[in-house]
Design a protein around this ligand. Structure first.
Ligand SMILES: C[S@@+](CC[C@H](N)C(=O)[O-])C[C@H]1O[C@@H](n2cnc3c(N)ncnc32)[C@H](O)[C@@H]1O
Length: 125
C-alpha cells in the first residue's frame, strides 16, 4: 500500500527513455506527479546522446525515429530531460550525468560517455 496522504518518492530510474515522443512522456510524468502530495520527491534518470560521439548519437536517434521497435531507447538531450523537472525544486547538485551526481568520494567511476545517462532528484512544492 502507498499512503498518498503523505509525501512519497517516485522513482523513474532508466524508464523514461523507453517512452517515445509520440506517447508524450512529459504528460505522463505530470500525471504521475499530480497524484502525489506536496513534499513528494521524483528521482529519475534518462539516457542521453550528449556525451556520445556524433556518429553514434545519429545512429541511435535514427533507430528510435517514429517510436522505433519496442525496447528501443529514445535518447534525449539535457535540454529535453530538463523539461521533466519544470515546476519541481531540484535538490543539489541539480541535473547532471549520473556519473557525476554527488560524486564526492574518490572511488573509480565510469565516465559520462560510458554511462550516457543524466539524472536528478527534485521535490514537489
Ligand atoms: C533498465 S530497466 C530499469 C529498471 C529499474 N527501474 C531499475 O533501475 O533497476 C528498464 C525498465 O523499463 C521498463 N519499461 C520498458 N518500457 C516501458 C514503458 N513504455 N513504460 C514503463 N516501463 C517501461 C522495463 O520493463 C524495465 O523494467
Amino acid at each position: 500500500m502507498i499512503d498518498l496522504s503523505r509525501p512519497v518518492g517516485l522513482m523513474l530510474v532508466a524508464i523514461l527513455h523507453f517512452v517515445p515522443d509520440g506517447d508524450d512522456p512529459y504528460a505522463l510524468v505530470d500525471r504521475l506527479l499530480d497524484a502525489l502530495p506536496a513534499g513528494s520527491y521524483l528521482a529519475a534518470s534518462h539516457a542521453t546522446h550528449d556525451y556520445l560521439p556524433p556518429h553514434i548519437a545519429q545512429e541511435a536517434k535514427a533507430a528510435a525515429r517514429g517510436g522505433g521497435p519496442p525496447g528501443v531507447i529514445n535518447l534525449r538531450s539535457l535540454a529535453e530531460f530538463t523539461r521533466f523537472w519544470d515546476g519541481l525544486k531540484l535538490v543539489e547538485p541539480g541535473i547532471t550525468s549520473v556519473a557525476e551526481w554527488r560524486a564526492e568520494d574518490p572511488q573509480p567511476r565510469p565516465s559520462m560517455s560510458e554511462v550516457s545517462m543524466d539524472g536528478a532528484v527534485a521535490r514537489k512544492p
